[in-house]
Design a protein around this ligand. Structure first.
Ligand SMILES: Nc1ncnc2c1ncn2[C@@H]1O[C@H](COP(=O)(O)OP(=O)(O)OP(=O)(O)O)[C@@H](O)[C@H]1O
Ligand SMILES: [Mg+2]
Length: 152
């Protein structure tokens, strides 16, 4: 029997806390090996969402925008588990994915979140969980849509 496609999850978040809380729920729903592709304008709250994902997986780390590096690795001190956070905003082109070891990251099976996944063009695996964050109507309001990957 074919596995049924899971419906998208949609949440209205009012303030940073609610965005992070929703991300914790999402982390619990998709488990410790998921790859998240996070779309949304500058300042939409992608990094904020990653903070919740990391926390939801029990990886205690200071999550921040990888401003200069394209990739940040967070390691939980006690468990040694790793979470990968990539921000492709400054990627010069798809070729640079090889320089940063993109395929090794994907093969690692570690949980991973990618901001500006559009920059990775066709190199995002089909199993990625797509997250879209839209700003408004108020300055602290966000609409967050999570599209589960199609059944394997
Ligand atoms: N409901 C909300 N969810 C997330 N962030 C919010 C919310 N309300 C206000 N904010 C503010 O919006 C900003 C989101 O910043 P964040 O770095 O997470 O965005 P980003 O999408 O990662 O941007 P960039 O593309 O520059 O990396 C923060 O300043 C945060 O305080
Ligand atoms: Mg960010």
């Amino acid at each position: 029997m074919d596995a049924a496609a899971r419906p998208p999850l949609v949440r209205a978040a009012h303030g940073v806390r609610e965005t992070q809380d929703f991300a914790r729920e999402v982390a619990a729903a998709f488990g410790p090996r998921a790859l998240y592709a996070l779309e949304g304008d500058l300042g939409a709250g992608k990094t904020c969402f990653v903070q919740g994902l990391c926390d939801g997986l029990g990886i205690r780390a200071a999550v921040s925008s990888p401003t200069f590096a394209i990739a940040n690795e967070y390691r939980d001190e006690s468990s040694g588990r790793r979470f990968l956070h990539l921000d492709l905003y400054r990627l010069s082109g798809p070729d640079e994915l090889d320089t940063i070891g993109w395929d090794d990251y994907l093969d690692s099976g570690d949980p991973m979140a990618v901001e500006w996944p559009e920059r990775a063009a066709g190199r995002l695996p089909p199993g990625a969980v797509r997250v879209r964050i839209a700003i408004g109507p108020g300055p602290d309001d966000r609409t967050i849509e999570v599209d589960p990957p199609p059944p394997a």
